[in-house]
Design a binder for this molecule. Structure first.
Ligand SMILES: *Cc1c(COP(=O)(O)O)cnc(C)c1O
Length: 391
């Protein structure tokens, strides 16, 4: 591991105690912690239902299935995201229709989304990239106007607030959170679907539990509604009690950890603010919107390209500082190029941004010495690029 890793979960004695208590209880799956964790996440985003699942990807898959999306359907989505958002569309046999992003927020551009709607469009799967809620109010309006389902991939957004005061996880028919260890809270692996729609919630509960009825009752018979009766093709997308207990302990510390993340962002901003070579991330300027800081990803300014960016990232890593190129565009991933026929140039805004991003180390416990060292090394690497340009 690097001296300063790219990310690191924040685990305290509270989490250790919560997990230990589950292990001692003997009840390791389908129990009270799952219910409590679901309720805590749903309450946080003012939703009626929470459905805990084994990953964010599983959650997106279940939601698209519950919405009845399948072969022949188109789902509009972003090329600038983690691969899971578009993969979930392929998993149900539908077609991901990529639309370019807005150059400031890096989220789906609502005007371009509207232009891409066809009679086959069934849903918009939008992502709060890096924890930014910009355009979600507009996307929600657009979905209503065209009678499409909006699915909010809020896997990077927990704790974010949009300009209209709505929180991440409250947009559209259903929203999905993911709790991999680099997210705002973690369950190791895991996720929660939140929705106000009773039918979608029931279907997701059944889909995560091998297609059983929502309140499948115990018993060895296979009568309808019993544990051994399976009503539809389902999956094992359940979250263990161990993971759910970890999630409860993390949710109890969510505000504390979000505040620590804001403190780290302030540390970075103070130091990087005056650098002409960098474009710094912000929430919607001039509004009350608050980012949920999932990662801290400045971009090199427009005169830089991916060769220089990649060299800077390699330089940071040589100095044992974690760094990454979040995100390579999804439509240019080998699998997508091959199967959907995409090529460089299809989504120029996403591509240009993606060539210049540098994800820097970012986690709640980061202290000023670490922030200083990252910024110092980044400056040296950028100066080196300026020197190379002169030759
Ligand atoms: C993390 C993430 C997911 C879900 O990832 P899992 O590893 O399956 O939990 C989905 N979409 C985005 C945009 C993500 O960042």
């Amino acid at each position: 591991m690097s001296d300063i890793p790219l990310s690191q979960p924040s685990i305290t004695d509270a989490e250790v105690a919560a997990v230990t208590a589950v292990l001692r209880s003997g009840r390791l799956s389908i129990g009270p912690r799952q219910d409590l964790f679901e309720q805590m996440v749903a309450d946080r985003c003012n939703r009626k239902h929470g459905v805990a699942v084994s990953s964010g990807t599983a959650g997106l898959h279940a939601v698209l299935l519950a919405l009845g999306i399948g072969p022949g359907d188109e789902v509009i989505t972003t090329p600038f995201s983690f691969i899971a958002s578009a993969n979930s569309i392929l998993m149900v046999g539908a077609k991901p229709v990529f639309v370019d992003v807005c150059s400031k927020s890096l989220n789906l551009d609502p005007r371009k989304v509207e232009a891409a709607i066809t009679p086959n469009t069934k849903a918009i799967l939008a992502v709060e990239v890096f924890g930014n809620t910009t355009h979600f109010a507009a996307l929600e309006k657009l979905a209503q106007k065209h009678e499409l389902a909006l699915v909010e991939d809020a896997c990077e957004g927990l704790g974010g607030v949009a300009a209209n005061g709505k929180v991440a996880g409250s947009f559209g028919r259903a929203s999905v959170f993911g709790f991999y260890p680099n997210k705002q809270i973690t369950t190791g692996e895991g996720g929660v679907i939140v929705t106000d729609d009773d039918r979608v919630a029931d279907l997701c509960r059944s889909l995560r539990n091998q297609g059983r009825a929502v309140n499948a009752h115990a018993g060895a018979d296979n009568s309808v509604g019993s544990w051994l009766s399976h009503e539809r093709l389902g999956y094992n997308y359940r979250l263990s009690e161990v993971a759910a207990a970890l999630g409860v302990a993390q949710m109890e510390r969510l505000d504390e950890m979000l505040e620590q993340r804001r403190r780290v962002v302030r540390g970075y901003m103070q130091r990087l603010m005056d650098w002409d070579d960098l474009v710094l991330p912000t929430a919607e300027p001039g509004t009350d919107a608050t980012m949920s800081w999932f990662v801290f990803v400045p971009r090199l300014e427009a005169s830089y390209g991916h060769v220089e960016r990649d060299r800077i990232i390699a330089g940071l890593k040589r100095h044992e500082i974690g760094a990454s190129n979040y995100f390579p565009c999804i439509h240019l991933q080998p699998f997508y190029k091959q199967h959907l026929g995409h090529a460089a140039g299809d989504f120029p805004v996403a591509e240009r941004a993606s060539q210049r991003t540098i994800a820097l180390p970012f986690f709640p416990q980061m202290d000023d010495t670490q922030i200083e060292l990252v910024c110092h090394t980044l400056r040296v690497m950028i100066q080196r690029e300026q020197l190379l340009r002169r030759d």
